[in-house]
Design a protein around this ligand. Sequence first.
Ligand code: FES
Length: 116
Amino acid sequence: LKDEKVKLTFILHDGKRLETEANVGDTLLDVVVNNDLNIEGYGACEGTLTCSTCHVILKKKDYDKLPEEACEEERDMLDLAYGLTDTSRLGCQITLTKDMDGLEVTVPETINDARS
Ligand code: FES
């Protein structure tokens, strides 16, 4: 299953769309790093759940389909994220599955690094 690919799109606050392909099993943070996506400040803590710069907003239908709910640490970090919504998650905590093919996530405008 390792080399299964899904397509996904990051939509930036200015409307720019970064379309990319990613491996099933990678997190959204892995995707940004591995594909060199230019999203300023994204993933500052490298997935250790101590920042909130990997905040993404999902569509409701995708949010509801996520296999795992946010753990307490993630929820605490999300509380510090700028522009929190009901369908917000941290990208480093979302692991891609095959049925997420075509996923579109929005990256909010202001990234708040909870460490600063
Ligand atoms: Fe820091 Fe996700 S990269 S919490």
